[in-house]
Design a protein around this ligand. Sequence first.
Ligand SMILES: [Zn+2]
Length: 257
Amino acid sequence: MIRIGPAGTGGSSPEGFRLIKDYKLDAVEVEFTYNVWMKKDEAEKIKEMNKRLKLGLSIHASYFINLNSAERPKVHASKNRILKSCEIGHYLGAKYIVFHAGFYQKDTKEQTYENIKKEILELQKTIKKNKWNVVLSPETTGKASQFGDLDELIKLKKETGCHLCVDFAHLKARYNGKIDYDEIMKKIKPLGHIHAHFSGIEWTAKGERRHLITEKKDIKELLGYLLKYKIDITIINESPDPLGDSVKTKRILEKLK
Ligand SMILES: [Zn+2]
C-alpha cells in the first residue's frame, strides 16, 4: 500500500490534522525540527481524535543533531533532543521518529558508523525503559559529508533494530542526480513497511541545496517504481508546498493504479 501525506500540518491546532483528512490524505509528519512545540496534553488530545481520522503519524525531530560530534556535550544535547521528540511522539501515537543522525567530520565512514550505532543503542535503552511506543528512524541524507547513505542505514537497521527514513530527493542530491531506482527498490523491498520523504530538489557538487516543488514527471517516475516492486510505503512530501504536492501525488497515484 502507498500512503501519502505532508510534512507539517500547517498549524499546531487539531484543525490542521482534520484538514489533512479532508484532503483525503493518509499521513502527516509533525515537524519538531526547530522545537518541540507540542505539550503532552495536546498530543494526547490529538491521539484521541486520530482514532477517527486514522492518519499515519510520524515526527521529524530537531535539525540540530550530531551523534558523531567529537564534543561529548553536543552528543548529549543531540540525544536529549531526539528523546524529547520520542516522548511527545509516544503521547501523540506517532511511530517513526525521523532525524539526520550526524556528520563524518574527521572520522572515517566506519568509525562514524560505530559511534552512531553505539548512541542509537543507548537511545533505544531509554525508549524501552520509558515504554515509549516509537521507532528511531535515521534518514538518508543529501550531502556526502553527512552520515546516512542507504547502505549505512540498512546495516544500522539490521544491527540495532531501528528503522530508517528513505528520502528519495536526498539520495538524488547525494549522488548528483544519478539515482538508480531499480537498485534502491531491490534494497528496500525486503525491509517491510518503508517510511519515506519526497520532493523536488536542487543540488550542487556538494549535494543538497534546497527542496523544490515536486514535478509531475518525478512523482510519476517514483510511483511507477513503487508499484512495479509493490513497495509498502508512506511518502511524506517535504516540498515548499507539502500539502498541495501531497494532493497532486495522490491524484497521480489514483490514475496510475
Ligand atoms: Zn527528508
